[in-house]
Write a protein that binds this ligand. Structure first.
Ligand code: GLN
Length: 269
């Protein structure tokens, strides 16, 4: 199944990126205006781009100002290893590839799935976690499995693999452009589901669990949509930073830090 999805992602990403060009940036799109700063990782600061609506990977902590989560903690541990200070930039998920390219961020740590198309736009670190695409439905929905999605309106977060997969041509295993409604964040897609504007939401499993826990009347289908690898995105060709990040990741995996960080945010069931 993963193979099929990977091939599908390869074929449809270009289209989706084009469709994404017209999207409005989020209010707090902090990555803009810094495009000339190309000193990626040569100084003291490691700038991490993310979209902080994606718990438990990145979200605003209790004080409402600090971005916390698995990606934030892993990036902090990497920055510590490299003797750098971590700075987190919150922006739309689908603006991360361009921000890397422009040099306004050094790394993209955003529960980002490795896809062949993205690999043409950026380099990826080794994977640090597994992601799963799932389907959120209202508890009384007539959607009981993935087979029931045909003819339904599907909410997705713009530019994510859920978007790419669902908007693909039916001949390629998707549901077609007309079946998909795109939102700037997972919570906005879930809000639309609660308001009856879409019939389901296809999104990553761990954020889905958080959204369902925070909103009564929703549930997650048992069938998994796709299994994916999360990795850190780095500007294409910046092998110096890529090597440093990979070395740091290897050490953090070997000494149990990565498992410990993931275990802090995702409790075994
Ligand atoms: N894993 C999904 C992707 O890479 C979603 C990531 C996200 O929304 N932050 O497309």
């Amino acid at each position: 199944m993963k193979k099929i999805l990977t091939a599908l992602l390869a074929g449809t990403m270009a289209l989706t990126m084009l469709a994404g060009c017209g999207s409005k940036p989020a209010e707090n799109n902090g990555a803009q205006g810094d495009a000339n700063n190309n000193a990626a990782a040569s100084g003291e600061t490691l700038r991490m781009g993310t979209n902080a609506t994606f718990p438990p990977y990145e979200f605003y902590g209790d004080n409402g100002t600090d971005i916390v989560g698995i990606d934030a903690d892993i990036a902090k541990a990497i920055a510590d290893k490299l003797g750098m200070t971590l700075e987190i930039v919150d922006q739309d998920f689908d603006s991360l590839p361009a921000a890397l390219e422009a040099g306004s961020i050094d790394i993209a740590a955003a529960g980002m799935t490795v896809t062949p198309d993205r690999q043409t736009q950026m380099d990826f670190s080794e994977s640090y976690a597994t992601g799963v695409q799932v389907v959120i439905v209202p508890e009384n929905s007539d959607i009981k499995s993935i087979d029931d999605l045909t003819g339904k309106l599907i909410g997705v977060q713009q530019g994510t693999t859920g978007d790419i997969y669902c908007a693909a041509d039916p001949a390629d295993g998707g549901y077609g452009e007309d079946a998909v409604r795109r939102f700037n964040s997972g919570p906005l897609a879930v809000e639309a589901l609660k308001n009856g504007q879409v019939d389901c939401v296809v999104i990553d499993q761990e954020p889905a669990k958080n959204y369902v826990a925070a909103n009564a009347g929703l549930s997650i289908l048992d069938t998994e949509f796709a299994v994916e690898d999360y990795a850190i995105g780095i500007k294409k060709g910046n092998t110096e930073l890529l090597d440093k990040v990979n070395s740091a990741l290897q050490e953090l995996k070997a000494d149990g830090t990565i498992d410990q960080i993931i275990g802090t945010y995702i409790k075994a069931e």
